[in-house]
Write a protein that binds this ligand. Sequence first.
Ligand code: CMX
Length: 464
Amino acid sequence: MSLVNTAARRLLLQARNVLPAFGAGVRNASELTNLKDVLANQIPEKQTEIKEFRKECGAKVIGEIQVDMLYGGMRGMKGLVTETSVLDPDEGIRFRGYSIPECQELLPKAPGGSEPLPEGLFWLLVTGDIPSDAQVQAISKEWNERAAVPPHVVQMLNNFPSSLHPMSQFSAAISAMNSESKFAEAYAQGVHKSTYWEHTYEDAMNLIAKLPTVAAIIYRNLYRDSSVCPIDMNLDWSGNFAQMLGYDDPMFSELMRLYLTIHSDHEGGNVSAHTVHLVGSALSDPYLSFAAGMNGLAGPLHGLANQEVLVWLTKLQEKLGGAVSDAEMKEFIWNTLQGGQVVPGYGHAVLRKTDPRYECQRQFALKHLPDDPMFQLVSQIYKLVPDILLEQGKAKNPWPNVDAHSGVLLQYYKMTEMNYYTVLFGVSRALGTLASLIWDRAFGLPLERPKSMSTEGLKKLVGR
Ligand code: CMX
């Protein structure tokens, strides 16, 4: 980003009271470019804040638990603390208080680019602050330096049969990389628990750095000639990922920057984030914790829905051909529902409006691929599905989620291998879940162990 743009962004942040004014005499965090130093400064203050808050308010009641919640997937039950993002049912996600459009506006961009760099989002998720260009460049550099994948993992990936789903390969490779875990090594050496966050931080940075290469090896082994180009030290994380996948179109790199930013975090209760937190609470190292989360992301009601959407759209096109009338499409949607299946990409456990992650991908499509037939199909579906789901009267949220749109953008840039799409989601989800895991260790959060009940015990409890 040019100096002019940097100054303009700084003024914007000052206007929003995000940054102190120049010359305010504060040696603020924006002057430090090493994320670990920034964290080391922040952690003691946050630890004190939480200690005092718990001392003062630890016994306050914040909600009620109803019997239905125990059978209903704990919907609406407040049971976790996650600092990185908060999901509002109507407004959608805010990363450390910033909406997606705000992140698009405020986070640093690649030279000549207009989408945010995920490195900047990671900085924001970890620290709560919008980073400077220098801070984001420092992260890109660090991730490039940490990107090497251990040879035994490369060999393992090369030996997998092509019939093994990309998500299974991804999860297995992440687990096998725990041979590199600094946390596991330090724990075995008996380090003091107050230092756990530092080793978790090292693992998080290493793991995030390695994920694009792991994901690219899987892609190139399954769908191309198995060769993966080396990391370019001058490129950002997404730019390198696009190159390693084999996509030279600069717009594909821009799409990756947006994609990897918006899929990163969705507060703490979703299956992947919650799993990483849960498994991490046993002090399983970050590699094992994140791999567990990826096994959850691989479920069709969660991240695999992005694959399912494209499978469903392909079936629709096979059955009905190119131009589809609204009446034909309605019938196809009703047939899906009457067959006892879900319409993939629609509905959400928390959201009650169109997902802003859907909306920003739609804006990207309107800007870059307005005439693409598949985009037009997705837009036509958007007009029809909500009314049908409302008429059916089951889904609490008839609106599209993030997964309804992502595949269409990927198809346009010639990534047609839909079984692979959830791996991209997984690479991005590392940013939010690992940022949270660092704070879990900094706060010394204990083993997660909610109380479960039998139906008999529950009946007795409510006097029945
Ligand atoms: N199509 C058909 N039926 C749907 C539906 C959809 N898109 N969304 C919800 N329903 C149904 C549910 O299956 C449920 O039916 P039963 O009562 O027969 O069990 C009923 O409506 C009530 O469900 P809900 O309370 O509205 O939704 P949940 O919180 O239980 O589930 C979700 C949320 C996302 C799993 C669900 O909306 C769904 O299955 N959507 C399709 C899959 C999908 O797109 N998943 C991706 C979510 C985003 C992500 O994590 O990546």
